[in-house]
Write a protein that binds this ligand. Sequence first.
Ligand code: GLU
Length: 304
Amino acid sequence: MMEKQKKFVTRFAPSPNGWLHLGHAYSALYAARQAAAHDGVFLLRIEDIDTGRARAHFVDGIYQDLDWLGLTWPEPVLMQSTRFDTYQGALGNLRDRDLVYPCWASRAEIAAEIQAMPGGAENWPRDPDGAPVYPGIYRDINTQQRQSLMWRGGSYAWRLRMDRAIAEAEKLNGGPLFFTELSDGTPQQVAVEAQLFGDVVLARKDVPTSYHLSVVIDDAEQNITHVTRGRDLIAATHIHRVLQLLLDLPEPHYFHHGLVRDISGRRLSKQAGDAGFRGLRQDGYSRENVIASLPAPIGSGAPL
Ligand code: GLU
């Protein structure tokens, strides 16, 4: 008998800490069109774990802007800020297996530690996103030292013991890890190189989870079969694949689409203060104009 194919489910998962820009419009339309092409479902998820930066008016802005683009999605929308207990449970599971450790290091302490290494900061390895790899402070302290730091009461993050995590994930997988990338048209098996990231943070000092932990849990919770997102997040997928194995979560496939760039070729970003496309709407541009201005395959790249 033929195996029944799982229904195609994808999502757009913005963080409400700024207005959506044209890169988000492209990403949301890309996901919705993939869903339509596969007779599947397009979901919206609000990734509002960063309680210091998330704002209710940005959540409203997301709904209004996506609605203006002509998108629809099933209700209720999953809000990550309602799910801290679930993320805590998963972290507890990893803690019980000694796959994470508490880390009290401040940014300044980490920078000083790296600077003091024989080759200095210039020769210290960087992860695929360009950040210096965590130098392992607090990783190998003994139980007594850890307990006395706990007693002192300072805030701490939880970091993944990456070498052990990979070894465990490979054991569970029965061999080396890969993820499936579909954006080139034919499926590519990408070898997982999560070791390049070192001991990443899974729960921050100020937030009891992290992007990496909550995204894999919620992609599973929402039965996402295909993750669509920008190519800027492809490196993170190496970490996600390890976590999926460790937490016994199903494996989605990935479309990491190209990024929208401005006229000078720079990619758009909230950090750089790129204007939201709601501004274009207020300036009188029509939905058709805005969509046409996006790169192919969504628009034609026609200037606004
Ligand atoms: N919330 C993330 C962002 O806004 C995207 C997460 C994802 O698509 O995996 O950058």
